[in-house]
Each structure stands twice: as C-alpha cells, then as structure tokens.
Design a protein around this ligand. Structure first.
Ligand SMILES: Cc1cc2nc3c(=O)[nH]c(=O)nc-3n(C[C@H](O)[C@H](O)[C@H](O)COP(=O)(O)O)c2cc1C
Length: 183
C-alpha cells in the first residue's frame, strides 16, 4: 500500500477478531512509532499478555465509574464498553512524567506523532487499530505500571490497540471544507 492510500484507508477500529497479531508486525509497528517526529524521547511497551490487557480494561472501567464525571460514568456503565475494545494486542506509549508545561506539551505532541505513525503502519500491514487514550488512565494504578515494567516516574500517555478488524466498513473520506489557503 502506498503511504497516501494507507493514510486514507486508516480508520478507528473498535471491534477485533481473536486472531493474534504476528510478532513481526508488532515489531514493524513499533519501529514506525519510534521513527516519528519526536522532540525529546518516548518509550514503547508492546502488550500481548491477555491477562494484562484485561486488567487494563478492568482498571480503566473502575476509574471511570468512580470519576464523578457523568459522561464517563455513563460510558463505563455500558456492558459492552471496554477501553481497549478487547483487542488482542496493544502498544503503550510512555513519556517521562513532568509538571513543566513545555515538556507536557512536547510529551503530548510526541505521543500523537508516534501514535499516528503506528496507526498508518498498522493499516499498511492489514491490521485494525485505535488511538485508545482512555486506556492510559488505567495506569494511575501503580501496580499496572509494574505489570508492564514501567517505573513509577514514567507516564503511559496512550495505548494503541491492534488486531485483525471485525469491522469491514471502509474509511469515510472527509470533506475538505475546513482547509483554506492564503496565497
Ligand atoms: C487524541 C485521541 C484520543 C482518542 N481516544 C480514544 C479513546 O480513548 N477511545 C476510542 O475508542 N477512540 C479514541 N480515539 C479515536 C477517535 O475517536 C477517532 O479518531 C475519531 O472518532 C475519528 O474516527 P477515525 O479515526 O475513524 O477517523 C482517539 C483519537 C485521538 C486523536
């Protein structure tokens, strides 16, 4: 698939088959993420341990249910709602924890760049993917960080869910009305 076709074909997948993702594909996707425009540094943790993936989902659900935020409580109360969409694999993007506004801004931009590279790479490799920001909230639980080998002083800034898609609807090409030129 050429790059532009992959960009247009990418869409968020929230329904996956049980088929495991080949290790080689996960390796390629992390290489793509690591090769993104990154001002600073990022780390990546590939998670294929099903018990850990389920625990992340359970922890995030608990966090939402006790968040006091009506929208999140409503969402997490849906029986079918799972933050990682029961995907067979996930890649956690990890940043250095900081309260410095500049570093925080760079961390979130770096995360976005790395995630987008991984989503495009996944599309190219025939996989479905989702930028699961909600999955990262589970890591306010320090035990979970430990479970995937992340030290206390690091932050999970996003999780990319990966798997073979059970959703065969194509990506919708967006209107370009929001693009203007100053010539
Ligand atoms: C920063 C960011 C965070 C997101 N977090 C979530 C999330 O937690 N859960 C989810 O299902 N989708 C999440 N998404 C996916 C968006 O909902 C999705 O990209 C959007 O609806 C557009 O659909 P498309 O990706 O199919 O074009 C996130 C996307 C971005 C860019």
């Amino acid at each position: 698939m050429n790059t532009f076709d992959a960009i247009l074909a990418r869409k968020t997948i929230r329904s996956y088959t049980n088929q495991p993702v080949e290790k080689e594909k996960l390796e390629q996707i992390t290489v793509a993420g690591n090769q993104a425009a990154i001002a600073g540094s990022l780390e990546f943790v590939v998670i294929t341990n099903q018990e850990v993936l389920h625990t992340i989902q359970k922890s995030a659900k608990e966090f939402f249910l006790h968040s006091g935020v009506e929208k999140l409580i409503k969402l997490a109360s849906l029986p079918s709602y799972e933050v990682l969409h029961n995907a067979p694999a996930g890649i956690a993007v990890v940043t250095n924890t900081s309260n410095d506004p500049h570093i925080m801004r760079m961390n979130s931009a770096n995360t976005g760049c790395a995630v987008q590279n991984m989503l495009i790479a996944a599309t190219d490799l025939g996989l479905g993917s989702c930028y699961a920001d909600s999955g990262a909230v589970a890591f306010s639980n320090p035990e979970l960080k430990q479970a995937i080998g992340i030290p206390e002083d690091k932050t999970v800034s996003a999780i990319v869910t990966l798997g073979y898609s059970a959703d065969d609807t194509p990506a919708v090409k967006r209107s370009t009305n929001n693009i203007t030129w100053c010539q």
